[in-house]
Design a protein around this ligand. Structure first.
Ligand SMILES: [Zn+2]
Length: 324
């Protein structure tokens, strides 16, 4: 649903989208439309001194409002070409039924809600969205983080309270590597779907925990290569040999992206739901306290070779005697 806005006499528009800046000047333009959601607030130049630029303020406002970090910066001029300020701005806003927020107000909000602060001087993940996520396993929340330097994103399924006061509490955590075939189609070739279900059920039971859904399909080699490796496995190679034959590492995953998010949730001590010693080691190297919370994989005839290889060649701790 679009909202029509009549043109002002002279309007300079700057459009910022994903780091690309497009500028245009309009005089005597026809009316233009904005979607209703984009009109929730309009940022005008600060009337108090402030260190946040208009560009940063626009992106921050969008993020805090759970919108795409894309905005329009519109400088409003008086008839004589001078910048409209103070009461002139409020009069215009009243005429066009716009809400006014100052950059100083945004700065004050960020000061009181530091979890929304972006720190561009170092690569790090910051929260872009936080939404309720009721699902088959209970009522969870989904948090979405982005590294604004690399544009990499990270999805977290979470439940429970996370505050500074609880920072010494142990938190159930799973670093789950995406597996389309296992997670979505519940493949019997691997145990990923079972492990994800186990993690969701355990967090629901305890009432508190985090699942990192890491986009590293096929232990980091991607879906296409994983399926090629499956074809080699069908010819008798194991999961490690198959990757190596393809010229790929047996395990290409890294876990350093989780550090900022664990800090964000005030998590220092982790009960890590895993059978993989590499994940435990990775978190310990980052300075987190880690205890293993074993995941019982379902051993089936279709995944027995796969799980055996994980045990023999990758050091995973799986009880292969517990058949489904
Ligand atoms: Zn899998």
């Amino acid at each position: 649903m679009g909202v029509q806005i009549s043109p002002l006499p002279t309007v300079a528009i700057k459009l910022i989208a994903s780091g690309v800046t497009f500028s245009a000047s309009m005089t005597k333009s026809p009316s233009f439309s904005l979607s209703a959601s984009s009109r929730m607030m309009t940022i005008f130049p600060s009337m108090r001194s402030c260190t946040i630029s208009g560009t940063d303020a626009t992106v921050d406002l969008c993020r805090i409002a759970n919108q795409q970090p894309i905005g329009i910066i519109c400088e409003i001029l008086n008839e004589d070409g001078s910048m409209a300020r103070g009461d002139q701005i409020f009069n215009i806003a009243k005429n066009y039924n716009l809400k006014v927020g100052t950059i100083a107000e945004l700065a004050s909000y960020l000061e009181n809600n530091p979890e929304w602060v972006r720190r561009l001087e170092e690569p790090r993940f910051v929260m872009e969205s936080f939404v309720n996520f009721p699902c088959q396993y209970g009522d969870f929340q989904l948090a979405h983080f982005r590294n604004f330097k690399t544009q990499e994103d990270l999805t977290i399924i979470c439940k429970g309270e996370f505050t500074q006061a609880l920072q010494d509490e142990k938190t159930l955590v799973r670093l789950h590597s995406e597996c389309l075939t296992g997670d979505v189609f519940r493949s019997f070739r691997c145990d990923c779907g079972d492990q994800l279900q186990f993690a969701l059920e355990e967090i629901e039971k305890r009432g508190r925990g985090l699942i990192f859904y890491l986009r590293q399909e096929g232990r980091g080699i991607g879906l296409s290569n994983k399926l090629k490796a499956y074809a080699l496995q069908d010819q008798g190679h194991d999961t490690v040999e198959a990757n190596l034959i393809l010229g790929l590492p047996a395990d290409a995953r890294v876990y350093d992206q989780v550090q900022d998010v664990l800090n964000f949730f005030y998590v220092k001590n982790v009960d890590l739901m895993t059978n993989n010693p590499k994940k435990i080691q990775a978190l310990k190297e980052m300075g987190f306290g880690v205890e293993r919370f074993p995941v019982q994989s379902r051993v089936r005839k279709q995944n027995l070779n796969y799980l055996s290889t994980k045990v023999k060649k990758m050091g995973h701790d799986i009880d292969l005697t517990k058949k489904d």
